[in-house]
Design a protein around this ligand. Sequence first.
Ligand code: GLV
Ligand code: MN
Ligand code: MN
Length: 413
Amino acid sequence: MSGAKAVREDRLWQRHADMAKLGGTPKGGVNRQALSREDSQARKLLASWAEARGFAVFTDAIGNLFVRREGQDADAPPVASGSHMDSQPTGGRFDGMYGVLAAFEALEALEDAGIKTRRPVIAVAWTNEEGSRFQPGAMGSAVFAGHYKLDDMLLVEDWNGVVLKDALAETLRAAPAPMRDGDPGFALGGYVEAHIEQGPRLESERTTIGVVTGIQGSRRFIVQAMGEEAHAGTTPRANRKDAFAAATRIAAAMYEATADADDTLRFTIGRVDVQPGSPNTVPGKASFTIDMRHPSNDVLEAHEKTLRDIVASRAAPCQAKIDRVTAVAPTDFDPKVIDLVRAKADALALSNMDMPSGAGHDAMHIARLCPAGMIFVPCERGVSHNEAENATPADLAAGARVLVAVLEELANR
Ligand code: GLV
Ligand code: MN
Ligand code: MN
């Protein structure tokens, strides 16, 4: 039996249902933010499934969780697949989790089919892909790839001042796994990540498999405006240094400056904080996050300059500053992996189309280490980062079949 034939749609779907209970919300989504209690529950569940199948489980210093199926050549760099188990605060059941469960299904299918591979095959759950609680996102894969320094990331604080190092220690206490010695990162022979598309193209074109060619570049910033707290009833406008008013002037100018004719540039202000947050005190501080994305690094660079000019020119009479939290250059996946994904989808008679990814994924960092690619499957109406996110058992299984076929081939190269 081939690995693809051994993929079990019912098992894969049930595993999604089991994971969806961890952090499940009344609206049918999940709130399983990075390094939370729910994240540790998901890690424990995955590890228990792995141990039941006799796969080795281990973690690293940033908490990436690896499940390893041994190869005939134990010293050959493994082939890996995976994604993330953390979610947005109002996230769906499939974003990230599908890539982890499809990778685990691939390991199980290889096992069930009795297929031996030369290289070991690893299923991985990368730590903190979403970056909604701890910034920056795609943190575990970025540390693995050497894009961010482990020590810097351990000091990052969430919005409530919880230090990542403490949250990670707590998570690993609740979901213990053998710790791999040394810095995160080891040689990989290839990486393929499965994910729901998170956009509407596959569904609207009635296509089952997205052969992902690359990922657009992204930058995140935080803008802070500093003014002066004052009495809301007594302070004339001319005397105010209203930090929120400055922040809104800056934000309005940014929305205008980032609107492009062909609607390619993505600009989002997703989190706003106003201090002291009292109805009758003029705000003394206001801050907001920016997420900006485009396929061209030059365009991102030019717009970053514009954002900086706006902050400098619109803040008066307040002070304001903009700090870059992260920059990830656009990713082009390996042409050989792209061709392999397409060939395996064709061989399985699955409709497919080449497409770039608008969303960020752990694969963008791992692609700097080894030949990498991605497989997309449709999601309902393209809705994601939303509790209503949905996908069909058949499409999820189809993506897993392509994945196992690709991994099998890469693991024998
Ligand atoms: C990942 O969730 C992203 O924001 O692209
Ligand atoms: Mn994701
Ligand atoms: Mn996401």
